[in-house]
Design a protein around this ligand. Sequence first.
Ligand code: SF4
Length: 363
Amino acid sequence: MSFELDSVMVEESERHCALAEQVASALAPSIPIIYTADARGAARPENVADPFAAGKRRLVIARRNSPFLMGCPAGSARFACCGYLVLILASNCPMDCSYCFLQEFVADNPAFQVYSNYADSFEELDRLIHSAPERHFRVGTGELADSLAFDTLTRLSCDLIEFFQTRENLTLELKTKTDEIDNLLKLDPRGRVLVSWTLSPDAVWRSSEHRTAAPSARITAARAVLDAGYKVAFHFDPVIAYPGADRDYTRLIDDLLDILAPHEIAFFSLGGLRMTPTLKSAARRRFPSDPMLLGEEVAASDGRLRTFTPRRLALYRLIADKFARAGVKAPAYLCMEPASIHERVFGSAPPRSALLGNRLASA
Ligand code: SF4
């Protein structure tokens, strides 16, 4: 896959950092590189109809001044959580899914940023390991950005994999909707790296997941990284209820299990379409003809709009049961759902967050 950029803006102080030099060496000559004292300010789109879309086409290389490592921002006492930790190495994404929460989360700062001092995050990770040597942590880079979009340009995955290769109680999760795996295939993850794909039926991909790799290409890429020694996992998130969804999710899992054996899946997760009213209006404004944004929803107790519980539960059960019948014994979890929904889908209470986290990290 290749994504188009209008320009690259590099903070003047970072002109000679490894990331800026790497990007300059790999960038098409037609794309200008602008060095400026305030790259974020310079990249902020003004006087354009869709600032969020314009921001995705401006790559900013700047220092991050906040910590890189944090608990998953989706975590909350309301939900049964999976113990996921996130490493914020980039913000925003060159793809454009109509349901993406970044349309609200980074609305005021939509430039696609990659942090020049990303290697400082390794010290934070080492401090984490030393603080809890008995734990096994799963750390992902795909929360505020896709982990692999632009990896051919930045090569971030190479430094990450080299670091995680040697850390026994850490697992790196690279979460993506791309098939940008060339760098991965050149490295040996030594069992410490998991690549996960978000999977949706073709109908959702066509209407809502703009510029992402086709679901079949994601599954093919999963096969390739598995053969190269990586673990693989899948996120069915958001699961969307639309006419024909039952048939399409069934086919999607059949397609996946045609290419991967049940024991090759490290874990899977499920999550329903959920949007705050602000996100919903932004998404409908940007994608007025997307039928996936027009389903019937109710306001849940967390203020998000969600598919009616019985319909949501039916789709979760369909997917979970299909995997169980196929012999998939991998751990599974629900994202941003309460324990009561977990019990109704999987027939048991969810494990404590730390326990589930440990299980997923060593799956
Ligand atoms: S791939 Fe992920 S981060 Fe990128 S636009 Fe889609 S949902 Fe958002």
